[in-house]
Design a binder for this molecule. Structure first.
Ligand code: BTN
Length: 233
């Protein structure tokens, strides 16, 4: 069964994540979007600056898989954002996905995805820059001559989300992983990985069946990274 999206829109909220989280018994596909957020949040407790002009959206996902596999959704979701950017903006060669699920255009971040597990639910949050990217980022409006509205971007995004979640559920992670690796930033290259207590370096060689990043360390050993931030060198 495809997800049936139930959309709610607000002009201003603290965070769309909190509104979805407040309704754990809502149906899968319950979605809250806002024109701006006053307390938008990103991964690792970072603030997500949320001025008017971009898309801020969260939705409820009810995974059937064991919790150890929930990370796989992040890869399907980042492919959905990739597909959205490709449909509305530049050709695929300019778009990359930075592990685990940031989407980059010309090396600059255009979208971030936050997954927050809560009991049996995942609350997915997506911030997609359209016309007000932060200074170091890029927006869809920077890479297309079409004038893009919030509603049309949201429509394309949610169609892509439905498609990519369906592929994960029907075909499994192997299909998602193969496609994700085609667009991975820094694959095969030397990277830095910022971990909570340290920063390490190595070659990004692969992602495994759970979505962990495989890093070949300078001594030849392989280390699996399940959470962290990567940087090219
Ligand atoms: C990241 O750090 O890259 C993830 C950013 C996620 C931002 C989105 S915007 C909609 C939703 N509401 C939030 O407060 N955060 C997410």
């Amino acid at each position: 069964m495809p997800i049936s999206w139930q959309f709610e829109f607000h002009e201003e909220v603290e965070s769309t994540q909190d509104l979805v989280r407040a309704k754990p018994d809502a149906v899968e596909g319950y979605s809250v979007s806002a024109a701006r957020q006053t307390k938008g949040r990103g991964r690792f407790g970072n603030k997500w600056v949320s001025e008017t002009g971009n898309l801020y959206t969260s939705f409820l996902l009810k995974p059937r898989e064991p919790k150890t596999d929930w990370g796989q959704y992040g890869f399907a979701l980042s492919l959905a954002v990739f597909d959205t950017v490709k449909e509305l903006g530049p050709a695929a060669e300019f778009i990359q996905i930075k592990w685990p699920n940031d989407v980059l255009v010309n090396g600059k971040k255009i979208a971030g995805i936050l997954l927050e597990a809560h009991d049996e639910n995942i609350i997915v949050g997506i911030g997609l820059n359209i016309a007000s990217p932060p200074e170091a980022g890029i927006g869809l409006q920077d890479v297309t001559s079409e004038t893009l509205g919030f509603t049309s971007v949201q429509r394309v995004l949610y169609t892509a989300l439905g498609n990519n979640i369906a592929i994960l559920r029907k075909e499994g992670f192997a299909t998602v992983r193969t496609r994700w690796l085609q667009y991975a930033a820094f694959l095969g290259q030397n990277i830095k990985v910022r971990l909570p207590e340290s920063t390490i370096e190595g070659i990004f060689t692969n992602i495994n069946e759970q979505g962990a990043l495989a890093l070949r360390l300078p001594d030849g050993a392989e280390k699996l990274i399940t959470s962290g931030e990567i940087f090219g060198m």
